[in-house]
Structures are given as structure tokens and as C-alpha cells.
Design a protein around this ligand. Structure first.
Ligand SMILES: C[S@@+](CC[C@H](N)C(=O)[O-])C[C@H]1O[C@@H](n2cnc3c(N)ncnc32)[C@H](O)[C@@H]1O
Length: 318
């Protein structure tokens, strides 16, 4: 899809600077028509932006694997995409690390390879939709006349939850999940909502891009009256990698523990009771069967009666 504003000129040349500058200005009424024509992750024309998952090559989706296996050129997100995955699936492809490259460099590189008939894929860590900056590349490519689309992946907070053998939403413990990042160059103090999420009490707060700032983040939480210093925190470094590591603690002590371990990047910080996997209420979904006939006693009232009172609850627990 192109809107003609900065696409190829009469001589076929393009202005990559303009393409890069023009990203983000598509209005809601200019919805890409393909949005209605394809299902999520379905193979399409153009360059797929693939979620590589958290690291373990086994956690790449089947569709992602098919596309990566066929690629001639793989542009990947550097150290966040595991070398195990690149070795297993990209051995015959040219690899380009996107770290340190700006759009003016990346877009022509992908465009030219695509236009010369090479199969190009863009590999993002986890899922491209979460702190991936994928859309600005997709929009810039499309302004250059190169279609692109997204193939989802397993985001790192899901991998961290699996490592911890817990759920991010947990009945009676966490009704909501927040994906967030700490304040810094991108987020100023007034856009930093970590403390508000934690104060809500029933939110699992997943902090991306915050490994280097665990102590500062916890210090700010400790300054708030509404935050219990004993709130559980789990830090999962390199979830699903061979060198995965888990540090558990509380708002009061996790900063010290992470500093002692020396991690400055590549960890997921989960704040909230759900990080422990304990203290939850049984859901209504499995009723007496899963609870060995004891659910009524455990919940203090009949599941049937509660389901009747809240008819959508079983669907919501699915
Ligand atoms: C630029 S963001 C990309 C997030 C990615 N799109 C995702 O869905 O997971 C990078 C941050 O994701 C988190 N991250 C990525 N891979 C991870 C992993 N295997 N284990 C723990 N955290 C990870 C870290 O917080 C890291 O700083």
C-alpha cells in the first residue's frame, strides 16, 4: 500500500529520509485495506515482521519458522534474538543486526533486497506489538512501495510467567495485567505509571526494558504510601534461554538482589502477588469436577448459584 506522498519518483528513485519522516501520520480513516482481508499472521505479500519469541527456538511460531527458514535476508533485533534461534533457522541467510541502525539505513536495505527478489524477513524479539517499534518500519516500507505485515510471537512476559509456573491473571489475585516500562529517555516522570499499577493491588505489572532500573523503580515505589513493601517481585533474566535465571523478592529487597546478580538488560520484572502463583481462588470454570466435589465448601457457596448470578463468568474464565 502506498499513499503516493513519498513513494518512488518518476525515475524510480525514492526519498528514504521523507519515508522515514512521514511515519506515524496515517489517519484512522486511511486504514490499510488488507487489515480486513487477512487473518493474523497469515502469509501475505511483502516483508513479514515476525515475533521471534523470547529466545528458545521452540517458542517461535510454526508460521514464523516457515518464513524464517525460507529467508535470504534476516534483519534481527541483535542480542534480544537468541543466537540459538539464528543458528537453527537462519544458517543459510544473510544476517543483519538492526541495533545501531536508523530507519534511513534499514528501510532502503530491506526495500532494495525485496525489490531485487530476495526473501526478506524482519525478526523482532518476543512479539513485535510490544515495545517493538515495528509499525514505524512497516509504515516507512509501505511508503516506499514495499508491503509488510506482522506475524505474532510469544512476548517475554508470557515466557516469564511460564518460567514462574504462574498466570499473569489469577483468580482473586490479579484481575488485570499492565505492560509497562520505567521512566527514562522515552517516558518522562508524568508518563511513568508503574506506581499507580502496583497501588491498584490486583494488577500484575510487567516491566519491559527495566532491568537496569530495578533499584530506582523500587525506590520510587517505596516512597509511595499506597505500596506494600512486601509486594512480591520476580525478575526473570533471559526467559527460555539456556542461561535463564530467576530472582525473587519483594519491592523492598529485589533491587539489591538484582544489583548483586549484575543484570543490566534482558530481564522481565513482574510485580504483584501473581508472581508467586499462590493465594488464588478456584475459578468457576471447572466447578466440582476439578475440585473433587469440594468446590462448594472451598468457595463457601454453590458454583451453580454464582454462575447463575454472573452468567458470563464461565466464559470469562475460559
Ligand atoms: C525492546 S523490548 C522488546 C520486547 C519484545 N517485543 C517482547 O515482546 O518481549 C526488550 C525488553 O523485553 C524484555 N525481554 C525480551 N526478551 C526477554 C527474555 N527472553 N527474558 C526476559 N525479558 C525479555 C526485557 O525487558 C527487554 O529489556
Amino acid at each position: 500500500m502506498t499513499d503516493g506522498a513519498t513513494g518512488p519518483g518518476p525515475d524510480g528513485s525514492t526519498d528514504s529520509r521523507a519515508a522515514a519522516d512521514g511515519v506515524g501520520d496515517r489517519s484512522g480513516s486511511e486504514l490499510d485495506p488488507r487489515v480486513r482481508e487477512h487473518t493474523a499472521g497469515e502469509e501475505q505479500d511483502g516483508i513479514p515482521f515476525i515475533g521471534a519469541g523470547p529466545g528458545d527456538p521452540g517458542l517461535l511460531t510454526v508460521r514464523g519458522k516457515e518464513l524464517v527458514d525460507e529467508a535470504d535476508l534476516v534483519v534481527h533485533a541483535g542480542s534480544l534474538v537468541s543466537s540459538a534461534l539464528l543458528e537453527e533457522h537462519c544458517a543459510d541467510a544473510e544476517l543483519v543486526n538492526s541495533v545501531g541502525k536508523d530507519l534511513e539505513e534499514l528501510i532502503p536495505l530491506m526495500r532494495d533486497a525485496h525489490e531485487s527478489g530476495r526473501t526478506v524477513v524482519r525478526l523482532h524479539s518476543g512479539d513485535p506489538a510490544v515495545y517493538g517499534a515495528a509499525l514505524e518500519q512497516i509504515d516507512a516500507l509501505e511508503r516506499e512501495g514495499v508491503p509488510a505485515y506482522i506475524v505474532p510471537g510469544v512476548t517475554s512476559s508470557f515466557a516469564a510467567a511460564a518460567t514462574l509456573r504462574t498466570q499473569l491473571t489469577l483468580n482473586g489475585v490479579a484481575n488485570h495485567v499492565a505492560f509497562t516500562r520505567p521512566r527514562g529517555k522515552t517516558l518522562d516522570a508524568e508518563d511513568d505509571h508503574v506506581a499507580e499499577f502496583v497501588e491498584m493491588g490486583d494488577v500484575t505489572t510487567c516491566i519491559y526494558l527495566g532491568t537496569h532500573a530495578v533499584s530506582d523503580t523500587m525506590d520510587r515505589l517505596l516512597d509511595r504510601d499506597g505500596v506494600d513493601p512486601d509486594t512480591p517481585v520476580a525478575v526473570v533474566y533471559h526467559a527460555s534461554w539456556d542461561d535463564e535465571d530467576v530472582i525473587t523478592g519483594t519491592v523492598a529487597d529485589i533491587g539489591e538482589k538484582v544489583e548483586a546478580a549484575g543484570y543490566r538488560a534482558s530481564a522481565m520484572v513482574l510485580i504483584g502477588e501473581a508472581a508467586t502463583g499462590a493465594g488464588y481462588d478456584r475459578s468457576y470454570l471447572y466447578g466440582d469436577w476439578a475440585n473433587g466435589g469440594t468446590a462448594d465448601a472451598a468457595n463457601g457457596e454453590s458454583n451453580d448459584a454464582r454462575d447463575a448470578a454472573e452468567p458470563t463468568e464461565t466464559e470469562a474464565d475460559d
